[in-house]
Design a protein around this ligand. Structure first.
Ligand code: FMN
Length: 421
């Protein structure tokens, strides 16, 4: 049975974002598969939760279908909140690459006004078609620069001009609101909120197994799957790797939690938030497909714009602005708001209630909105190591193949490789 869901209700979103500067504009050429392939490659450079890369792409004539690959979802995700954020970022990367080649993308979202509560194994989320006529995109040369830096940043406040630039980057998405926390005492409160949310990672068996499913302890492990969290990208403190190995057994961790292990383990998150110049919160009005993809696109534009900014303060070594997503708070709130805490224990439910209350006190304007992602920013060092991406033949679906991790025939793989060459 073909488990893809195609042609549901759709909505077309006018594009044209960033059609201003033309940094790497090329002459439009005829649109065949070899012209579209590099745009799917650009899409895969997007960030994703725990680097799960939940996407698949299908080149259909002169357009690209973007699918959510359910098999790659993380158990902690709520109605694909994070996976659709990643898909939105991938869609935006694809559009930026197309604009840089002189094409104007038009995005059509499937299921725009519904939540993906039980998506099929391979669910089409968007179709992107292209027409010649665009003025490039100022962010195109930052696609390969953007990455997650989990280092400690300077606590120097982020320049107002930089914050204005970041607000402009999301300005073309009217549904998206960006909230900044800049005051040091509010940053401290936020650090504790995030620390408390992070405890969930170590207090629920499903989330604990998810973390260890995604961790890659050695470079060889990272290379073998080309996804997941390479330990070298995590900026762990000394003995961090040993601690992780020690708690990889759920029974051991569960027993240690009676002695407060989860509180101790969330301390590095608290410290990292304290070592930041500002905290950003990106909110959307609803958690439906269209809003989440739009929010993911906006987040990606903000992150790309940020990757080009450096401190003008020589005392901070003219360091670049860095970004680190903080996923535990939005996911914890989604478990409470959208799933009404039904996957949480009674004590976790009480914690969720307190976190929700304190969050609204901290950011009253976010009260009736969905927190899609929180992140910290600041001037600091880049990550010494970049996370890998899966190869083209793992993310490209051949037209007409059945969904759910289709077993590509050797012929199909050879054909894709031929095109990619
Ligand atoms: C929706 C979303 C949530 C994320 N949450 C976290 C998080 O809680 N902690 C973290 O360290 N990184 C988080 N990340 C960053 C990813 O781990 C990162 O994007 C991925 O490993 C790929 O690495 P890169 O961004 O350097 O390309 C998140 C990314 C996304 C898109």
């Amino acid at each position: 049975m073909n488990s893809r869901t195609n042609n549901p209700t759709t909505t077309a979103i006018p594009s044209g974002i960033g059609d201003t500067a033309a940094l790497s504009l090329a002459e439009p050429r005829s649109l065949d598969r070899s012209a579209l392939l590099p745009w799917t490659h650009a899409a895969t450079l997007a960030p994703s939760p725990d680097n799960n890369q939940p996407w698949r792409f299908e080149i259909t004539g002169q357009s690209i279908d973007v699918f959510l690959d359910r098999a790659r979802a993380l158990p902690s995700d709520v109605h694909s909140l994070f996976d659709l954020t990643a898909i939105g970022a991938a869609v935006e990367n694809c559009c930026i690459a197309a604009r840089a080649s002189g094409y104007r993308p038009t995005i059509t979202i499937d299921h725009p006004h519904s939540q993906l509560s039980a998506p099929s194994a391979l669910t089409r989320i968007a179709n992107i078609c292209f027409e010649a006529d665009a003025n490039g995109d100022a962010l195109s040369n930052l696609l390969t620069t953007r990455h997650t830096s989990r280092a400690a940043y300077s606590t120097q406040p982020v320049d107002d001009q930089h914050l204005r630039g970041l607000a402009e980057a999301v300005g073309s998405f009217p549904e998206v609101q960006l909230h900044w926390i800049r005051d040091r005492s509010a940053i401290r409160q936020c650090a504790w909120l995030i620390g408390r949310s992070d405890r969930l990672r170590f207090e629920r068996q499903a989330f604990h197994s998810e973390l260890f499913r995604q961790l890659r302890f050695t470079p060889a492990e990272a290379q073998a799957t080309r996804d997941g969290l390479d330990l070298r990208t995590l900026g762990l403190p000394p003995f961090g790797s040993l601690t992780l190995r020690a708690i990889s057994n759920w029974n051991v961790l569960n027993a240690m939690n009676f002695l407060g292990a989860s509180r101790m383990l969330s301390m590095p998150s608290v410290m990292s938030v304290l070592c930041s110049g500002a905290i950003g919160l990106l909110t959307i009005p609803r958690a439906d497909c269209e809003s989440l993809v739009g929010g993911g696109r906006a987040f990606q534009r903000l992150w790309l714009a940020l990757s080009g900014l450096a401190s003008s303060n020589p005392r901070s070594g003219n360091q670049k602005l860095q970004l680190h997503p903080l996923g535990s708070l939005p996911i914890f709130l989604a478990h409470w708001d959208q799933l009404h805490g039904r996957e949480l224990t009674p004590s976790q439910q009480r914690l969720a209630q307190r976190i929700k209350r304190d969050f609204i006190r901290l950011v009253p304007t976010a009260a009736d909105r969905v927190l899609q992602i929180a992140f910290r920013i600041g001037y600091g060092p880049a990550s010494p190591c970049r996370s890998l991406r899966r190869d083209a033949h793992d993310v490209l679906a051949e037209p007409g193949l059945p969904g759910a991790h289709p077993a590509l025939s050797p012929d199909a793989i050879a054909r894709i490789d031929e095109h990619a060459a």
